[in-house]
Design a binder for this molecule. Structure first.
Ligand SMILES: *Cc1c(COP(=O)(O)O)cnc(C)c1O
Length: 453
């Protein structure tokens, strides 16, 4: 029989709704807390920062489905559905009886899944009459997505890019600027938050936490300006559920259902995006599926962090979020997977991990690039350094299948391509990349600081 490799949906099969898993969760996520009043957050508390519709989506624990606005769905049609691909080449290279599939989000115009939420956020800002949007970006993936979406909906975008990434990944900056965004390396002297951090640590290389503080400060001090976020928050993950909904239909076209679903983990949006539509069947029908989040060993909030109320940013501008965290003062090593260098995990995923609905693994930097190169040679796609973590976790599971002689079905999300990350591959190929070992004391220090709040 002819073996089918690539599964694509016709336009009319692109999802028309986003799935809000909060409505179906047995234990709902705890509510974020207002840091000043210590009261549970209400949508109105977030209005100064985000577009109103997004604030409602963020805290909604009852509505399982949200209609995707027609204008957003029109934009999705430029690159969706994304292909579901059977990784025959990788299966062969591993000599595994497992069936491996990946959902290829790298085909979006900016090269990652981030656009799925950027388009939605820019749309709701525009609809509300907002003229300017700000954000932070690590590797530049989110900044590129927001720059693209702001351009589509006619908004001005100002992006704070983590300094280390600004320097390591100059082409992401060019992409953002090409789409018309203004880009500033963070920490910068343009905000109070940036100045404070630079005064304390003059050589600070930046982190998502510091860049978030700067972007929020700009949004709050600029009229008609809203902040946007590319990960961590529940509304971001909501928009990403187009990934899993498509994958459900595409797996059905392949005549299979995944036993194991894997994604890399920064704040949880691509993980939730692929996993939650499937998890709906676990919650409603008791379907047995394993969900594995793959995080970097140098930023292990899921495997070594603690479930606490913590700030989402370094300065403490955000609400207190109930999440697995390494502490908002945790400064991750300068690994190349910039999109995974964040100290906390989204509140939905945190609750699911607490309830043992999902699993987490940590992956060392060298192992992630070993996996990325193996994948590139087997499947012909160079994965983003972030996505390499998902591939490494998928390879481990496929090897386990080989040892056990089990033909499990593994699905992972290829969150992005690595074509703008070739400096990282250069260093890996030259043998210049290292792993980062974190001591128990290092992790304890920033966690204990949160506990002392
Ligand atoms: C941002 C990013 C991630 C991590 O973010 P999540 O919200 O955890 O998905 C992973 N992969 C790529 C390619 C990214 O750009």
């Amino acid at each position: 029989m002819e073996k089918k490799k690539r599964f694509i949906l016709p336009e009319e099969e692109i999802p028309t709704q986003w799935y809000n898993i909060q409505a179906d969760m047995v234990n709902k996520p705890l509510l974020p807390i207002h840091p000043a009043t210590k009261q549970p957050l209400k949508p109105e508390d977030l209005y100064p920062i985000f577009a109103e519709e997004l604030c409602k989506q963020e805290l909604d624990q009852t509505n399982p489905w949200y209609d995707i606005p027609e204008e957003v769905r029109e934009q999705y049609k430029c690159y969706r559905s994304t292909p579901l691909v059977r990784a025959y080449g990788l299966e062969k290279a591993l000599d595994t009886p497992a069936h491996i599939y990946f959902k290829n989000e790298s085909v979006s115009p900016v090269g990652s899944h981030k656009l799925n939420s950027a388009l939605a956020q820019a749309y709701y800002c525009k609809k509300q009459g907002v003229t300017n949007v700000t954000t932070e970006t690590g590797a530049g993936q989110w900044g590129a997505a927001l720059a693209y979406a702001a351009n589509v909906f006619g908004l001005n975008a100002a992006v704070y890019q983590v300094k280390i990434s600004y320097e390591q990944k100059p082409y992401r900056r060019s992409i953002m600027q090409t789409f018309g965004a203004q880009v500033t390396p963070s920490p910068s002297m343009s905000t109070r938050a940036g100045k404070d951090i630079l005064t304390k640590y003059p050589n600070h290389q930046g982190s998502l936490g510091t860049a978030i503080s700067e972007a929020i400060e700009l949004a709050m001090s600029t009229p008609n300006c809203k902040y946007t976020l590319g990960s961590v928050l529940s509304h971001v993950t909501l928009h990403q559920t187009v990934i899993g909904q498509e994958a459900e239909k595409q797996m059905a076209m392949a005549g299979e259902y995944p036993d194991i679903i894997i994604a890399c983990f920064g704040g949880g949006s691509n993980f939730g995006g692929i996993a939650f539509p499937f998890m709906r069947h676990t919650l409603k029908e008791g379907r047995k599926t394993r969900y594995i989040a793959a995080e970097p060993a140098s930023c292990p909030k899921l495997t070594k962090g603690e479930f606490l109320y913590d700030f989402g940013d370094e300065t403490g501008y955000t609400p207190l979020l109930p999440m697995y965290t390494l502490g908002h003062n945790f400064r991750p090593a300068n690994i190349h997977a910039g999109g995974l260098r964040y100290h906390g995990a989204g509140v939905i995923v945190s609750q699911l991990l607490k309830d043992k609905m999902i699993e987490a693994v940590d992956i060392q930097q060298l192992e992630s690039f070993d996996a990325g190169c193996l994948f590139a040679r087997a499947e012909g796609i160079i994965p983003a350094p972030e996505s390499c973590h998902a591939i490494a976790a998928a390879i481990k599971e496929a090897q386990r299948c080989k040892e056990a002689g089990e033909g499990k079905v593994i699905l992972f999300n290829l969150s992005g391509h690595g074509l703008i990350d070739m400096t990282a591959y250069d260093q890996y190929l030259a043998g210049d990349l290292t792993n980062f070992e974190l001591s128990e004391e290092e992790i304890r220090k920033t966690i204990d600081e949160v506990k002392a709040l």
